[in-house]
Design a protein around this ligand. Structure first.
Ligand SMILES: Nc1ncnc2c1ncn2[C@@H]1O[C@H](COP(=O)(O)OP(=O)(O)OP(=O)(O)O)[C@@H](O)[C@H]1O
Ligand SMILES: [Mg+2]
Length: 285
């Protein structure tokens, strides 16, 4: 099904029909020909995203890697409905995105918990905004707090938690709204190496248990290979999809895959692509 016209995210010029997924169905998330230009005082018009097309299927975990400034966070904000694209279209299950909605949860690099609310109250917060009854909210919050292994900390305040625990709460809070798509912007970027690998395994488990589709932005190439079913590599600004790489491991992957030659080959392939980009001269301003 083609997306209806006359939506803020749709370009007047974007007339190409939406591509189909390989199974012939409309992709769960479909970003087509999205460009974003910021108008800045110092640099004038700044093209940040140039005709980006990506998709995420139901239950898929897809990553984006790219150099700093290639528009990855900007793209996530457009998909979240927090920013409008200059042109192009974003659809969830064939429906154009026109603003934020509970079907999409967003998790940022830095903790965005409300410091005055307990873990459970943070998790409940979105449900309260949606008008869910108090008892139902409590049950839901307890379920997701337990899912992320923090039941003993349900009444703790954010400052009493470690960085990894705070990100677990952020994930529980997003999941409690039952999003169809989790948008994660370098969610583990501020964590130490050990906590980060623990959180990666935790995310895989949560993804398998909840069947939520995930679009993850990361700078960490091994993280992208370990977690993803597909990886998009972005060119430097303006961000374009340079290539897309399928990751052939099972969803039930264990930490041991990091020692396999396939893992190392994929890691080097991605690093080479990013490195090439790094040394390519920028077009004249
Ligand atoms: N609101 C804005 N107004 C003007 N320019 C912006 C705005 N938001 C982002 N930019 C610019 O757009 C470019 C892309 O920013 P963005 O944050 O999307 O990059 P990124 O790929 O997420 O980078 P990083 O990997 O460092 O997080 C940068 O040059 C940034 O300065
Ligand atoms: Mg970013």
């Amino acid at each position: 099904m083609n997306a209806p016209d006359h939506t803020p995210n749709r370009s007047e010029h974007a007339t190409t029909p939406l591509a189909r997924a390989s199974n012939g169905q409309t992709p769960h998330l479909h970003v087509q020909d999205v460009s974003k230009q910021f108008v800045t005082r110092k640099k004038g018009n700044l093209l940040v995203l140039d005709q980006v097309s990506i998709h995420v299927e139901l239950n898929e975990l897809v990553s984006i890697v790219g150099t700093s400034g290639s528009g990855k966070s900007t793209l996530l904000r457009i998909i979240a409905g927090l920013l409008h694209a200059t042109s192009g279209v974003v659809c969830i299950d064939g429906q154009p995105v026109t603003g934020p909605g509970p079907d999409r949860g967003m998790i940022f690099q830095h903790d965005t918990l409300y410091p005055w609310l307990s873990v459970a109250a943070n998790v409940e917060y979105g449900l309260k905004l949606q008008g869910v009854s108090r008892n139902e909210r409590r049950d839901q919050a307890a379920y997701y707090v337990q899912m992320v292994g923090l039941d003993k900390f349900a009444h703790a305040l954010p400052h009493q938690l470690s960085g990894g625990m705070k990100q677990r709460v952020a994930i529980a809070r997003a999941l409690a709204n039952h999003p169809q798509l989790l948008l994660m912007d370098e969610p583990f970027g501020s964590l130490d190496a050990h906590t980060r690998t623990e959180m990666q395994q935790f995310l895989l488990r949560i993804w398998r248990e909840t069947h939520t589709s995930i679009l993850l932005v990361t700078h960490d190439v091994p993280e992208a290979v370990f977690l993803s079913q597909r990886v998009y590599v972005f060119s430097p600004r303006p961000g374009r999809v340079k290539t897309e790489i399928a990751i052939p491991f099972d969803t039930e992957r264990s930490f041991g895959i990091r020692r396999t030659s396939t893992f190392h080959q994929l890691e080097w392939q991605l690093l080479d692509l990013l490195q090439q980009e790094h040394y390519e001269p920028s077009p004249p301003a």
